[in-house]
Write a protein that binds this ligand. Structure first.
Ligand SMILES: [Zn+2]
Length: 166
């Protein structure tokens, strides 16, 4: 736990986002988006959340633009499931959380500030403040997401997926 970060997601939700889809930009390597990608498989990217709820908060996003879980092919669904399992093992090893929230916000009214399909993996720790307080904009103690990215990049020697360069 190295840095205090201002929890600034409200700025993002309210219009300071770059033009176009931020996750498509991330996939293309556009320079105006912070690159927090840990690795990419054939069909998905794994990124540290720019505004993490907790250390190790990851996003899995499809490399193609889609907004609905039901559009994923059989191959994508299988890869997503395997990738999620792998990331849970990785986070167990690196951060030793006590629990997880795993889920997709599909649609703006469900809290999806980015329409491009992505799944959150949020490690949970004892004695943290709750997600409602975090979403309310409280300043929180978290790890710098760039440091999280570097820590996780150094982990994946045994990755069971082919990796695309990012
Ligand atoms: Zn997109």
């Amino acid at each position: 736990m190295d840095y205090f970060l201002n929890f600034a997601k409200g700025d993002y939700v309210h219009g300071k986002r770059p033009d176009g889809c931020i996750l498509c930009k991330l996939t293309r390597g556009d320079t105006d988006v912070s690159n927090l990608i840990v690795f990419c498989t054939a069909r998905f990217g794994v990124s540290v959340n720019l505004y993490p709820f907790n250390p190790g908060h990851l996003l899995i996003f499809s490399l193609r633009h889609t907004e609905d879980l039901r559009t994923l092919s059989d191959e994508e669904q299988t890869e997503l499931w395997q990738l999620r399992n792998y990331l849970l093992d990785m986070l167990d090893s690196v951060y030793q959380p006590h629990a997880y929230n795993v889920g997709v916000n599909m649609g703006l009214a469900a809290g999806a500030s980015i329409s491009h399909l992505h799944e959150h993996i949020i490690p949970r720790y004892p004695n943290e403040i709750g997600i409602p307080e975090l979403m309310g904009g409280k300043r929180v103690l978290v790890e710098d997401p760039r440091k999280t990215c570097e820590r996780l990049k150094s982990y994946y020697e045994d990755l069971p997926f082919s990796i695309r360069s990012t």
